[in-house]
Design a protein around this ligand. Structure first.
Ligand SMILES: [Zn+2]
Length: 69
């Protein structure tokens, strides 16, 4: 039984668990070059494919988590 429904922060759709990689979590830290006391952190959920689609093409080519399964 699924207790939590994850919504993708990129496409806005519900994230099914049938891809073998989803749901994914994305963390963002503000002021990463400053002291930890000046940073804020938030976690978002997304489809693996949606996040991969937001990356610049060279970086996207390096992101190959599906090969490590
Ligand atoms: Zn999505």
């Amino acid at each position: 039984m699924v207790l939590v429904n994850f919504e993708c922060c990129i496409c806005g759709k519900s994230i099914d668990r049938d891809s073998g990689l989803d749901p994914c979590a994305i963390s963002i830290y503000t002021n990463i070059d400053k002291d930890e006391s000046e940073q804020l952190e938030q976690i978002f959920f997304s489809h693996y494919r949606c996040f991969q689609g937001t990356l610049e093409s060279d970086l996207c080519a390096m992101m190959n988590l599906e090969d490590s399964n």
